[in-house]
Design a protein around this ligand. Structure first.
Ligand code: HEC
Length: 419
């Protein structure tokens, strides 16, 4: 307990100099007057601004306590904690402003969750290893973690300073590759020895490796969002090749490999999808119909059809490379739903509406074009955000919540309930 308190205090001080991400940098919102205000302004702004609080769905005292306990341990100072919680519950009680439109349906799923050790670490991007263990990264905690879902045992590996890993992928041998989003590196952790090998980007303009994926030849493909580049790392010799996107500030984001070995990239700053020639790295850009479209993530179904989230417009999209046809559907919670992560499991599309509270998990069946959705729980409360999701080997879904320090498995039960 003592160790945890000390660690969270250290991390609170440490993170006070490190903003979480560029997109949480809107101006601080002013909090209403009240007794706990100065405390909240000091204690709660070491990792993010107060707009996280003002934009939240609000909670009861018990809810605020449960939420903040996943970020900072104040148990050594119950009086201070009490004042903070009281202030939050009085000024930010539960509100329906960002409530999703949930779509009922017949599919049943269940959520299983783990709270990761280092508080407020921005846990994200879980991925399953062949042995069933789950790896994740703590982006602001500067760590890679491993979870044994059977025993619940967890281990965190600190990374070289300022890596701020955005994502983690595993190679065939089970090595753990993370993207050093803040220090222009890709790193490989050997889980057997704990040794980390760091690969520096060969170009100083290539600053922010973001999401990475292995192709069948063992090459690691990755996006660099703000640097507007796509990269390829050859683990055999450490060689890194980079190409710049065709459209300025198109912000390459999600990346997936198709059945022919070609990477596809989502543009988070422009209305495009991009196909990469795996040999030459030549880029082909596909323009999406609505000019203001931005796309966080995409996936590819068994027919080679690309599914994507139109995040800025609150839509789900489909692009068929065989005939060039594009179709989009409004997401159930509308234009401000900000669909974010997306993955296809057994040709069913799963994504989340991250602009909503609760963050809704949405299922879309391409055969019937029907939606169904669920609020994603964190214990007794609801917060967000799922930023990346991947399937497990047995066809379930690995998700996470960056706000509540959770790694989660969603068991997808395709069986219909009896009538
Ligand atoms: C050690 C870091 C850390 C500290 C300290 C911290 N938080 Fe957070 N908080 C996070 C992270 C990480 C997120 C998720 C941010 C993201 O995904 O961009 C978050 C998200 C939130 C959210 C958004 C929840 C949602 O709707 O998804 C609220 C509200 C919040 N924090 C309140 C607080 C309050 C109140 C305090 C002070 C008691 C606090 N935080 C202190 C790390 C921290």
């Amino acid at each position: 307990m003592f160790k945890q308190v000390v660690f969270s205090l250290i991390s609170a001080v440490f993170f006070s100099f490190i903003p979480i991400t560029a997109h949480s940098q809107s101006p601080a919102s002013s909090l209403p007057e009240g007794e706990g205000k100065p405390l909240v302004e000091t204690v709660c702004t070491s990792c993010h601004r107060t707009n996280m609080i003002t934009r939240s769905s609000g909670y009861t005292s018990a809810g605020w306590k449960e939420l903040t306990n996943t970020m900072i341990d104040l148990s050594d100072n119950p009086q201070m904690q009490g004042e903070i919680i009281e202030y939050l519950a009085a000024h930010y009680p539960p509100n329906p402003w960002r409530a999703p439109t949930l779509v009922p349906g017949e599919v049943q799923i269940s959520f299983k969750e783990w709270i990761v050790p280092t508080l407020g670490q921005r846990s994200r991007d879980p991925v399953e290893a062949k042995d069933g263990t789950i790896w994740w990264v703590g982006q602001s905690g500067n760590l890679v973690g491993r979870l044994n879902p059977v025993s619940g045992e967890m281990k965190e590996y600190p990374l070289p300073a300022n890596s701020m890993p955005h994502s983690v992928s595993l190679d065939h041998a089970g090595n753990v590759w993370y993207t050093g989003n803040k220090n222009g590196t890709i790193g490989m952790l050997d889980p057997a020895t704990g040794k980390i090998t760091v690969y520096k980007m060969p170009d100083p303009d290539a600053k922010d490796p973001h999401t990475a994926v292995f192709d069948n030849d063992g090459l690691l493909w990755f996006t660099l969002q703000q640097s507007n580049m796509i990269g390829r790392l050859n683990p055999a010799n450490g060689d890194i090749k980079l190409v710049t996107m065709k459209t300025a500030r198109s912000r390459p984001y999600g990346i997936k490999i198709d059945a022919d070995g070609a990477p596809w990239v989502a543009c988070n700053g422009s209305n495009c999808l991009v196909k990469v020639d795996p040999e030459t790295m030549a880029l082909t850009e596909i323009k999406l119909p609505i000019a203001k479209t931005t796309v966080r993530r995409l996936d590819i179904d068994s027919e080679g059809v690309i599914w994507y989230v139109n995040s800025s417009q609150g839509r789900l999209g489909r692009y068929n490379p065989k005939n060039g046809k594009i179709k989009e559907w409004p997401s159930p919670s509308g234009p401000k739903s900000h669909p974010y992560a997306l993955v296809i499991v057994d040709d069913i599309v799963w994504y989340n509406e991250s602009g909503k509270r609760p963050d809704a998990l949405v299922r879309f069946d391409p055969a019937t074009e029907k939606f169904q959705s669920w609020p994603v729980p964190s214990g007794n409360i609801y917060a967000g955000i799922i930023r990346h999701m991947r399937p497990t080997q047995d066809g379930n879904l690995l998700i996470h919540q960056t706000s509540t320090n959770r790694i989660m498995v969603v068991t997808l039960n395709p069986k219909l309930t009896e009538h």
